[in-house]
Write a protein that binds this ligand. Structure first.
Ligand code: PLP
Length: 443
C-alpha cells in the first residue's frame, strides 16, 4: 500500500481540497521518484505540466474577460514550460533579448508578448520593435528617447506602456500598497511619468497605450492585489487624460503569491477575480475607460507549485542533537532559500519516510558554505544514505535563479512530466563540458 509522504495530509472531511502541486502521495506528477532518479540521475529539477495547465484553467475561470494573461518568463524560462503555456494560449512578459527569443522559439506570437524591465539595450529594443510585440514598457525618459529613435529608424509606430514607480498614485494617498518597490529602481515618478506621457503622445513613432505598474512579489491577499489594480487604473487614467490619449491598456504586473510554508494560506484567486469583475463593471460605465484592457503578468502562481528539486543523500552523520543528511545537490541549484531566506517544504521520499523516526534533521547540500542548507533541525524522518529528498515549490525562481557553477558540481537535468510520462527538457551538464569551453591564455 502506498502511504502518503510525511506532511501530505490524507483527505479528511472538513479539510481544504488538496493543493494542485507536483507531489501527490509519494509520487512526482504521478511517477515514482526512484524511476526518475534512475533514468535522469540526481540531482534534477522536475516540472509537472499538468499542474501548470490546471493553474491556467483555474486562473482563467476566475478572471473577468477584460483580463489578458502574459506569463512572466523570468519565473521559469525552460523552453518546454514556456511552450506549454504558449500552447495554452497565454502571452509572455519578457525582460531581456534572451527571454524574447525564448518566447518566440516557444511559438508565442509577437502580438501576445510584452517587453518589460530596466536596462534594455538598444539591440534588445530593436529586436522587440522588429518582432512587432504587443507593447514595450518604458522605464525612464532616456529609454523613451532611445525607443523613439529606434522606432523612427525602423519606420514603425511602436505600442508603449510607461512604467510607474510603486507607491505613487495620482490624487490618492501615497501609500505603498503591496510592499517593496525595489528601492526606486523601477519605473518613473509622477513628474517624469507625465512628461513621458506627453512626449509619447506627441510622437508619430510611439503609440501610448497606458501604464505598467508592478506592486510586489508573492502577495497572498486577494484584496491587496485588487487594490493595487484599482489604484493603478486610477493613476493610468489621470496620466492618459493629462497626455490627451485614450487609455487602452493597463499592465498591473504579477505578484500572485503561493504558500511556501505550511502555515501560509493559498491566495483566494476566485475572490481576486470577483473583485476585478466588480472593478471592471465600474470601468465599463466610466467615460475614458470603456475600451480598457487589463494585463496581468503572473509567473510564480502559474508554475511555482509545479516544480520540485530532487537530490540524493550521500552522507549522514550526527552533529550535536541533529541528524545531518548531506545531499548531492544544494543551494547552487536552488539559491532561493539562501537568497531570500525563504523556507521551502522538504520531503523525504521512499522507504525512510515511512519507517524512520522523526528527529531534528538538518538537510544540507555539498557546498563548502554554511548557507547551503534546505532544512535546519526540522522534525523529519531521518533519511538514509541513498534516499531521495524533494524540495517543493521550486517551479518558479528555482533553477533559473541559481548559481550552478559554484563549486563545479554537475549541473542538474530538467525534466517535464505530462500525462504520466516524463521527458528530458534540458540535459545534465558535466564539469568537463564547461572546462572544455574555457581558455588558457598562451602568454
Ligand atoms: C515586471 C514583472 N512582471 C511580472 C513579474 C512576475 O512576478 P510573479 O512571479 O511574482 O507573478 C515580475 C517579477 O519580478 C516582474 O518584475
Amino acid at each position: 500500500m502506498t502511504m502518503p509522504a510525511p506532511g501530505i495530509d490524507a483527505p479528511r472531511r472538513g479539510r481544504p481540497p488538496a493543493r494542485n502541486e507536483i507531489l501527490r502521495g509519494d509520487r512526482l506528477g504521478g511517477l515514482d521518484p526512484a524511476d526518475l532518479a534512475a533514468r535522469y540521475g540526481t540531482p534534477f529539477h522536475v516540472y509537472d505540466l499538468d499542474v501548470i495547465e490546471r493553474q491556467v484553467e483555474t486562473l482563467r475561470a476566475a478572471l473577468p474577460p477584460i483580463v489578458e494573461i502574459a506569463y512572466a518568463v523570468k519565473a521559469n524560462p525552460a523552453l518546454a514550460v514556456v511552450a506549454h503555456l504558449g500552447a495554452l494560449g497565454l502571452g509572455a512578459d519578457v525582460a531581456s533579448g534572451g527571454e524574447l527569443a525564448t518566447a518566440r522559439r516557444a511559438g508565442i506570437p509577437a502580438e501576445r508578448i510584452v517587453v518589460t524591465g530596466p536596462g534594455k539595450r538598444d539591440a534588445e529594443l530593436r529586436d522587440a520593435v522588429a518582432a512587432g510585440v504587443r507593447a514595450i514598457t518604458v522605464e525612464s525618459p532616456g529609454e523613451l528617447d532611445r525607443l523613439e529613435a529606434i522606432a523612427s529608424a525602423a519606420g514603425r509606430r511602436v505600442p508603449v506602456l510607461l512604467r510607474a514607480s510603486v507607491g505613487m498614485a495620482d490624487g490618492l494617498e501615497r501609500v505603498r500598497l503591496v510592499g517593496d518597490d525595489g528601492a526606486g529602481k523601477f519605473g518613473m515618478d509622477e513628474p517624469d511619468l507625465r512628461a513621458a506621457a506627453r512626449t509619447a503622445a506627441r510622437s508619430s513613432h510611439l503609440e501610448l497605450l497606458g501604464i505598467h505598474r508592478f506592486g510586489a512579489s508573492n502577495v497572498l491577499d486577494a484584496s491587496r492585489l485588487a487594490a493595487h489594480v484599482a489604484e493603478t487604473v486610477q493613476l493610468a487614467r489621470a496620466v492618459a487624460g493629462h497626455a490627451g490619449v485614450e487609455l487602452r491598456l493597463v499592465d498591473a504586473g504579477g505578484g500572485l503569491g503561493i504558500p511556501y510554508e505550511p502555515h501560509e494560506e493559498s491566495l483566494d484567486v476566485a475572490g481576486f477575480g470577483r473583485r476585478l469583475a466588480s472593478l471592471a463593471d465600474g470601468w465599463a460605465a466610466t467615460p475614458g475607460l470603456r475600451d480598457l484592457r487589463l494585463l496581468l503578468e503572473p509567473g510564480r502562481w502559474l508554475v511555482g507549485a509545479a516544480g520540485a528539486y530532487v537530490a540524493r543523500v550521500v552522507d549522514r552523520k550526527r552533529v550535536g542533537e541533529a541528524e545531518v543528511a548531506i545531499l548531492d545537490g544544494g543551494v547552487h541549484h536552488l539559491v532561493r532559500p539562501a537568497l531570500v531566506g525563504q523556507e521551502h517544504r522538504v520531503r523525504i521520499l521512499g522507504a525512510s519516510a515511512r519507517t524512520a523516526r522523526s528527529w531534528p534533521v538538518t538537510i544540507a547540500g555539498p557546498l563548502c558554505s554554511g548557507l547551503d542548507i534546505f532544512a535546519a533541525n526540522a522534525r523529519l524522518p531521518a533519511p538514509a544514505v541513498g534516499d531521495l529528498v524533494a524540495v517543493l515549490d521550486t517551479g518558479a525562481y528555482g533553477f533559473t535563479e541559481s548559481m550552478p557553477l559554484f563549486l563545479s558540481h554537475p549541473i542538474p537535468a530538467e525534466i517535464a512530466i505530462r500525462g504520466g510520462r516524463s521527458a528530458l527538457i534540458r540535459p545534465r551538464m558535466e564539469p568537463a563540458e564547461w572546462l572544455d569551453r574555457q581558455l588558457l591564455p598562451a602568454w
